[in-house]
Design a binder for this molecule. Sequence first.
Ligand code: NAD
Length: 495
Amino acid sequence: MSEKTMITKNLNVTCIGAGVIGSGWAARLLVNGINVTVFDEQPESYHRTNSSFKRAKKYLSQLTKAPLRTIGNLTFAKTLEDALKIPNYIIESLPENLQLKQHLYREIEEISIDTIILSSTSGFKPTNLQKHMKNPTNLIVTHPFNPVYLMPLVEVVPGQARDQNIIDDVQHLLEYIGMVPIIIKKEIDAFVADRMLEAMWREALWLVKDDICTTKELDDIITSSFGIRFAQMGMFESYRIAGGDKGMRHFLDQFGPALKWPWSRLTDVPEFNSELIEKICSQSDEQSDMHSISELEDIRDKNLVELQKALRNNRWGSGRILASYEKDLFDEQSKQAEKASAQITSDLLITYTKTIPPEWADYNGHMTEYRYLNCFGDASDAVMLHIGCDKAYIEAGNSYFTVETNIKHLNELKVGQEVYIETKVIKGIEKKLHVFHMLRNKEGELFATGEHLLLHVSLKTRKTCPASKALMNRMAELYKQHKKIRLPSEPKIIV
Ligand SMILES: NC(=O)c1ccc[n+]([C@@H]2O[C@H](COP(=O)([O-])OP(=O)(O)OC[C@H]3O[C@@H](n4cnc5c(N)ncnc54)[C@H](O)[C@@H]3O)[C@@H](O)[C@H]2O)c1
């Protein structure tokens, strides 16, 4: 078991404060199989947690093709005492008020002295947060970004009182849930990202106040220029390229002196009078009021999913972390499948195991049609892996394409059923691989059959070509083993 899995097995986390950020934390943890208890003094926060959780499930399953972890249990606690019965970690996301947070930590320590507290604060130094604690090393800042269930970065900021083991554990936990923890070396107010953002925000307020541009024009300028660029390369890498062939040195030579020109307003803050507030709010209404906040959240989440998928495909920026998170999910699934298939006796290949999750149900309460293709597709992928058509084989330029599918639905498959697929290799010669899958429950009852014809192709020419000798030998072995085993119905695909 990896270190990451070890620390997260049966983990319980309590989220205190379930507003925008706390509910996002709860959602991210739940979809990663961690049990969450939520405590918030406002009843509407429970509704918010449920809706963040729904969003997280929806958008995370679009973000990755990998099977998501079994969802953790969600509990709403009525009192702080109840909320603190079992957690390994507490995530504090109270409003940004130092005294309120310090008071909560004292209360927590009276009930549970040893629990580790992670604060979502956007700017308080951890040493200030730790000030009245008996066990200050138990508090670390983990500053996330909204929406927590989709944004990868967490600034991890330890205070002067620190324990490296706790920092390491927190780092592993965050990586396990697919995040990018960056340990900030020295604590400063507002850490790194919010310092950058505040400088821009101040500048933006001046530009709108002075009628240089409207809120919409300013947002268009960001999203059509450095905004889109920064999603894939940060400031230093972008400016390195901007320096042409001579890179960063040329960039500094050329634009360094301009820094002394008084272009930006630095720490000058425009007065937040009613005139400025009215100007910003009315321009913002004109810009975005045609969408509700929830619609804007959906638009944002869809875009974040697609951007991150593009970065994952290019293994670049935060996409590297997404790729490594997906690999963990696939590895976990194949370990579970191995374990489950070891308990099933069959003379055929066991190519798939799963407990049908609630989100796979249709309006009739049974597994929706396209999920059958999903299961049979994964089973065919498992056959490919079994005969040696693995990642290395595909990267070397060959693979299989499915050219024909036949699915028969024989019985109602309900949510929560544990199923497996056993597969007969009907034919496996040269360019052709013909497989017959049978989807059964633990008792062996048959729910559906799926047949696939796959053709071996060269990924360079995109044309069919014979499989390698090793693959053909492996297919021949399977064919021999499976030959005498009778199928529940005649194959439909004529090869
Ligand atoms: N909103 C952001 O974009 C963002 C981003 C990163 C970090 N943060 C930080 O996260 C923290 C939370 O911010 P938010 O935007 O989620 O605030 P929020 O106002 O949306 O949520 C705060 C929640 O805390 C609850 N609460 C207040 N006092 C409580 C108490 N004593 N016990 C239990 N619950 C209590 C409130 O009912 C509310 O639901 C802040 O420290 C903030 O700086 C916010």
